[in-house]
Design a protein around this ligand. Structure first.
Ligand SMILES: [Zn+2]
Length: 248
């Protein structure tokens, strides 16, 4: 794998510039996991998500009907894609200033239940029915634990967002945002300024979640990226803050 990665920019006067970056791409294996779907889970999550997702234009099917699994698959595929586009649209609300400082903070004392880019295969009645890639971290503590802002910024989403259920997105400026999914409640509103460590809500299992946990992901330009680096003080100091200083 030696694909050249380039950043391209064009200003309003038509000036163009292109720079290459990341010279070495290292292959990394992805973890794969099996998710076994049962009727209890599907009957719980599908009607609630459909009720909050008029964009799918799908009425809740009867419990136990074959349409219930079909609705689940539509949520897991089509709604997941719609939500990714909605998250990109929210990224346009980013401010030019850098509102954050230092490393982002992972949910305290949490157990990692799923990592970024885990390849998930879904089974129903012993048969493979779907495959998806999990673009975030699933962090579990106990039920309804407080969720804190991973860094300083402004709330740009505090409402239901499809598969992510009750979902907060914080804009940290310069296209950097963080997403908190499956929440029970919101302690903040859109437009509120938050500081790192401030409580913004509590965990739950709203949306497409098997149990109480926080789905956390880092966003850059509305694209989901691995939060591991953003949690790492050395990576932040060397790869972001040093480069921003040099560019000034
Ligand atoms: Zn998740």
């Amino acid at each position: 794998m030696n694909a050249r990665i380039e950043a391209f920019a064009r200003d309003e006067a038509g000036n163009e510039s292109k720079v290459g970056f990341i010279d070495n791409v290292f292959e990394k294996p992805f973890k794969s996991s099996r998710i076994v779907l049962d009727d209890k889970f599907i009957n719980r999550v599908v009607p609630e998500i459909l009720e909050h997702s008029p964009e799918l234009k799908l009425a809740p099917p009867a419990e136990g009907s074959p349409e219930m699994l079909q609705a689940f698959l539509k949520i897991n595929g089509e709604l997941r894609t719609i939500n990714a586009d909605q998250i990109i649209a929210i990224a346009h609300k980013t401010v030019a200033a850098k509102l954050w400082d230092g490393p982002f903070v992972q949910l305290g004392n949490s157990q990692v239940e799923a990592r970024f880019a885990d390849h998930r295969t879904y089974f129903y009645n012993g048969k493979e029915v779907d495959r998806q890639v999990h673009l975030g971290f699933d962090l579990a503590v106990t039920e309804h634990v407080p969720v804190h802002a991973a860094n300083s910024g402004v709330i740009v989403n505090a409402r239901w967002l499809g598969i992510y259920g009750n979902c907060i997105i914080i804009d940290h400026g310069m296209g950097v945002q963080s997403l908190y999914g499956h929440l029970m409640s919101f302690d903040v509103n859109v437009g509120d300024k938050v500081t790192r460590g401030q409580q913004i809500g509590r965990t739950d299992s709203t949306g497409l979640a098997g149990g109480d946990h926080l789905h956390f992901t880092q966003l850059v330009g509305g694209r989901m990226v691995n939060p591991v680096e953003w949690w790492d003080p050395h990576w932040i100091a060397d790869r972001i803050e040093r480069k921003l200083r040099e560019a000034r």
